[in-house]
Design a protein around this ligand. Structure first.
Ligand code: PLP
Length: 395
């Protein structure tokens, strides 16, 4: 099918909820993807971090293939060995506790919200403080939790019980705490919000504050988890532990799976019958996530993320010295943002034109998050494309 016909069919049959770039992708391998005309692109933004192991990873393909021949789905009124194995793997890589499995980021956050509300219900506490410029998903309650008005317009009435505080401001959180507050939720690096990194002092103070006030600290690691920032989970940079953590995006190496992880002390809050997800923790999804953990470990991808992240950061900083459109380079590991002095849409489009896929968020922030096994050569190529674009734009 040619590209125009396909796009026309989308127009006719697919709801227009996304701003789509007219690119029809048909295959991928590692850091590269190919479109329907056979053109190759360097993918430095693989699916909002979903394809964190790179495209068509052989270990994920093998896990899918092997599991598909055995059993795809086991309903949650029975047991399956892969779900237990994966829960144990997540816990062994994070903090002592238990896991609830679901299928997406919003659902993982929804689980965290429900757990927090159930936890507070005996004392009529339900309010959750979240941050300005945060992003927690597109369901009604996760949109309510999200600290950006643009995602809320047209969807009133939203569930109540969410209040927002400015990011990196501990005093502002203190002011928002009321007799109804049950939890504080944040991303340690705001992804959609423009790669805003939480300060170490702020996170330490927030952990202390939550402990002192008896509030749950919920860390949304949907985008930052699975090695992306140079640690398995981003909170591990901060020497603190959350009470609840949410995962999705690259957890399944590209296959959909989400998880709500809670400290042992709070992990039995949602008892039998209080929460569920039909597809949650299927043998297929869990096999993929187990293969993802195994790949991160055996291919030393966290080491590569730190090394290549530092290299990419250095290269971007060198560009910043040359092109005065660049205001700041920030982030951790391979989750980097370049804040520009002007909107980045044309930069994004020119990069695409030259075969480099990146993202532009919050108008002025280029978001660059290559797969964890990215090579120096690939980074050099991406940087040379970016530089050519800056030169052409005369910035
Ligand atoms: C993407 C994202 C979500 C929502 O995930 P979906 O799978 O799209 O529902 C939630 N939180 C954060 C931090 C995200 O980046």
């Amino acid at each position: 099918m040619n590209k125009k016909t396909l796009i026309d069919e989308y127009k006719k049959y697919v709801m227009p909820t996304y701003t789509r770039t007219p690119l029809v992708l048909i295959k991928g391998k590692g850091s590269r993807v190919w479109d329907v005309s056979g053109r190759e692109y360097l993918d430095f933004f693989p699916g909002w971090a979903v394809s964190g192991l790179g495209h068509a990873h052989p270990a994920i393909a093998a896990a899918l293939n092997k599991q598909a021949k055995k059993i795809l789905h086991v309903p949650n009124n029975y047991y399956n060995e892969w779900q237990a194995k994966l829960a144990k793997e997540i816990i062994n890589n994070s903090f002592d506790g238990k896991v609830f499995f679901c299928n997406s980021g919003a659902e993982a956050v929804e689980g965290a919200i429900k757990l927090a509300r159930m936890h507070g219900s005996a004392k009529s506490k339900y309010e959750i403080i979240t941050m300005s410029d945060s992003f927690h998903g597109r369901t009604l309650s996760t949109v309510a939790a999200t600290g950006q008005t643009k995602y809320k317009q047209g969807f009133a009435p939203l569930p109540k019980g969410f209040v927002h505080a400015p990011f990196n401001d501990i005093e502002a959180i203190k002011k928002k705490i009321s007799s109804k507050t049950v939890a504080v939720m944040l991303e340690l690096i705001q992804g959609e919000g423009g790669i805003n990194v939480a300060d170490p002092g702020y996170v330490k103070a927030l952990r202390r504050l939550c402990t002192k006030k008896g509030l749950l600290l919920i860390v949304d690691e949907v985008q930052t988890g699975m090695g992306r920032t140079g640690k398995m989970f981003c909170y591990q940079h901060y020497n603190v532990e959350p009470d609840i953590m949410t995962l999705a995006k690259s957890l399944g190496g590209g296959f959909p799976i989400g998880a709500t992880v809670a400290k042992r002390k709070f992990a039995d809050t949602l008892g039998a019958g209080t929460h569920a997800s039909t597809f949650g923790g299927s043998p297929l999804a869990c096999s993929c996530a187990l293969a993802a953990f195994d790949t991160i470990r055996t291919k030393k991808l966290i080491y590569n993320t730190k090394k290549m992240g530092a290299y990419l950061y250095k290269k971007l900083t060198l560009l910043k010295a040359k092109y005065n459109i660049m205001k700041e380079v920030r982030g951790k590991g391979l989750m980097l943002g370049v804040e520009l002095y002007k909107p980045g849409k044309t930069i994004y489009e020119e990069c695409l034109h030259r075969g480099l896929l990146i993202n532009c968020t919050h108008q002025t922030v280029l978001r660059i998050m290559p797969q964890l096994a990215v090579s120096k050569k690939e980074i050099d190529k991406a940087i040379s494309i970016l530089e050519a674009v800056f030169q052409k734009e005369g910035v």
